[in-house]
Design a protein. Structure first.
Length: 620
């Protein structure tokens, strides 16, 4: 470590920082360690090194770069992502992927010993949430990947100054992330994928991530930090959710209403956060706190690590335009054509027949070792970009140290035959148990495995839970009930299909569902009851379709979309019950009782009104 880098560490007067860096400097044994402050000079050094070391390459637009992860390192490795848990805590971690602490710690220490030999490492300081705020969680990243370090500078708020200002009693309280890409091949991708491990220790707030590069596996501040935060939030009485934050705007009424939303992947999360004419605060992770009785949320991040597939001029104009500009963007796992420009699936332009992508040298029709044809880019290829490039960013909310006041929560699943496009919950608890806990996504031909299978995805947060599902569900209920002005909860489903298997409305209909929810927050529209909540009336939707989309919405489509499907709903609740029973048998009985009572209510409705209950026919 140079005297300059050492000076930066010393200035923090924080023994725990010294201990963390010192320990891994010795254990992982890099050739050198560069310590970053928040200065533009240090950030530029990281950008330059990512290029100099070949982890990124400059594109046609010189501020844009491209990075490739290994062919077998294109998504989160769920199997090898585990909690390492002290013997006495093992029982408390029902349903989680875990290994006993001694065993897991020994294994990861073995794997990481000397792993950075011959490489230069970098140390960075960040903050989850705004710095110097009630939401702040300071973090340190130690990595030998300059692509990871560069990504984090785009995605998170720098916090060396925050660390400098930490009070003595706060100095031990931060998250630590140690990462190594491990040995690299001549293409610069991780070789030892069989030794890829992501071991999380919520007892000491440290995550070890070895032999990988894909950001969901490597970037400490993203999903590793999220798991530590979910645990910390559970202990401290707040929430960390896998949600976007956005503002719905009613310009006529000069109203700005904040919504958060959880959608399993491929269920419309980013497109809802990016609905044209509204504003975005964040697209992936939110912290919720009760501040003086108010339900307040911050976007944990500063940038977005977005799926690039299907981003094109028509469907995603704001993001697409930004990806075409000469500004700092890292493209990962897309194709670089001979024109040195990036190409991806669903881009809406003709792509070249050859180039370099996540497979290596690629040409159209080439097959991988398993005999599968390799596409232009990977389906999970991404772009890494600052959020404040977007012209629809809500600057005010994005920068607010105390976050924004949330008035509505959306839980959006994906099914072709059960859930109506939008429905309001009776109350918060009902919303958590009937809308959030029952979230499912239906597999499509684009996903692996059989089509039409419903994958349970409570709160769209299951992959990141770091304590059992039952307690987490209860904590969600408690949190909302304790605030004074509890947000309304709504469900969404954009994927209902008609008898011919076609979607009934256009992609933009989500704007109408959102504005109906917005209006309900101010008690503006009437509703019909169903056994599971409140649905819109036809005349209100007809007007909203006209106003926002200039589209005619037929009564026939309305009746089809908003019919309550009794048996389908009973089946959905039975699947939820079974999933909770299996994942966390200790889930409190009153939660199961609530589902049973709802099932009974639906069965009675079915008796009285029939299996398919058209809107307006149901009465309590
Ligand atoms: C997700 O999968 O929810 C993501 C991408 O946001 S990853 O970083 O891989 O988690
Ligand atoms: Mn996510």
């Amino acid at each position: 470590m140079s005297a300059t880098s050492f000076g930066k560490i010393k200035a923090l007067k924080n023994p725990k920082v010294v201990e963390f860096i010192g320990f891994f400097a010795e254990h992982c044994n890099p050739d050198s360690i560069f310590v970053c402050t928040d200065s533009e000079e240090d950030i530029q050094y990281v950008r330059d090194q990512a290029l100099a070391k070949g982890e990124e390459e400059a594109l046609f637009h010189p501020k844009q770069t491209i990075h490739w992860d290994g062919y077998g390192d294109q998504a989160r490795d769920k199997e090898n992502t585990k909690y390492i848990v002290y013997k006495e805590n093992l029982e408390k971690m029902t349903g989680l992927n875990m290994v006993e602490y001694e065993e897991g710690h020994c294994e990861i220490m073995e794997i990481s010993k000397g792993i950075m030999r011959g490489k230069d490492a970098v140390v960075q300081f960040f903050c989850e949430g705004p710095t110097e705020s009630i939401f702040s969680i300071p973090c340190i990243q130690f990595t030998d990947s300059w692509y990871v370090a560069h990504s984090e500078f785009i995605l998170y708020r720098t916090a060396y100054n925050h660390f400098l200002k930490m009070k003595k009693e706060e100095k031990g309280d931060f998250f630590r992330f140690i990462h190594s890409a491990g040995e690299l091949d001549e293409r610069g991708t991780s070789v030892n994928i069989a030794q890829r491990r992501i071991y999380m220790d919520t007892q000491n707030n440290i995550v070890y991530s070895m032999n990988n590069q894909y950001a969901g596996n490597s970037v400490g501040l993203k999903k590793h930090s999220m798991r530590l935060a979910i645990n910390k939030a559970g202990q401290e009485g707040w929430l960390c959710e896998h949600m976007f934050i956005m503002a719905a705007l009613d310009k006529e009424k000069a109203r700005k209403t904040y919504f958060c939303g959880a959608y399993p992947s491929a269920c419309g999360k980013t497109s809802t956060a990016m609905i044209p004419g509204e504003q975005i605060v964040g697209d992936d992770i939110a912290y919720f706190r009760n501040i003086n009785g108010e339900f307040r949320a911050v976007n944990v991040e500063f940038g977005m690590f977005g799926i690039i597939k299907d981003v094109n001029a028509k469907d995603d104009p704001l993001i697409f335009e930004n990806l075409m500009r000469d500004q700092e963007i890292i493209f990962s796992n897309v194709l670089r054509g001979s024109d040195n420009k990036p190409y991806w699936l669903g881009m809406g332009v003709d792509s070249p027949a050859k180039g370099r992508n996540h497979f290596g040298d690629w040409k159209k029709g080439v097959k991988d070792q398993k005999g599968n044809e390799v596409g232009v880019a990977h389906g999970n290829a991404r772009y890494t970009m600052r959020l404040d490039y977007l012209e629809n960013i809500d600057k005010e909310g994005f920068e607010a140290k105390n976050g924004v006041k949330v008035q509505g929560i959306l839980y959006g699943g994906r099914d072709s035959d059960t859930t109506v496009p939008v429905e309001e919950s009776f109350n918060w608890r009902d919303g958590i148990l009937i809308k959030a806990a029952t979230l499912e996504s239906e597999t499509t031909s684009a996903t692996i495995g059989a089509e039409g299978v419903r994958l349970p995805s409570p709160m769209a947060n299951l992959d990141f839970l770091s304590y059992p599902l039952g307690v987490y569900t209860e904590n969600n209920i408690k949190f909302g009930e304790k605030v004074d002005d509890t947000p309304k909860i709504f469900s969404n489903n954009y994927f209902m299909r008609n008898a011919e298997g076609k979607f009934v409305t256009s992609k933009l209909a989500k704007k109408v569902w959102l504005h109906w929810a917005e209006g309900r927050i101010y008690d503006e529209f009437g509703y019909y009851l169903t056994p599971t909540g409140r649905i819109p009336k036809y005349e209100d939707l007809k007007e909203l379709f006209k106003k926002y989309l200039d589209e005619e919405f037929s009564e026939e489509d309305y009746n089809y979309l908003f019919t309550f499907r009794s048996t389908k709903w009973i089946e959905k609740l039975e699947r939820t019950k079974a999933f909770y029973k299996k994942t966390d048998p200790n889930t409190p009985q009153d939660i199961f009782d609530y589902w049973d009572a709802t099932i009974t209510k639906i069965k009675e409705a079915r008796e009285k009104f029939g299996d398919l209950i058209p809107p307006g026919h149901y009465q309590e």
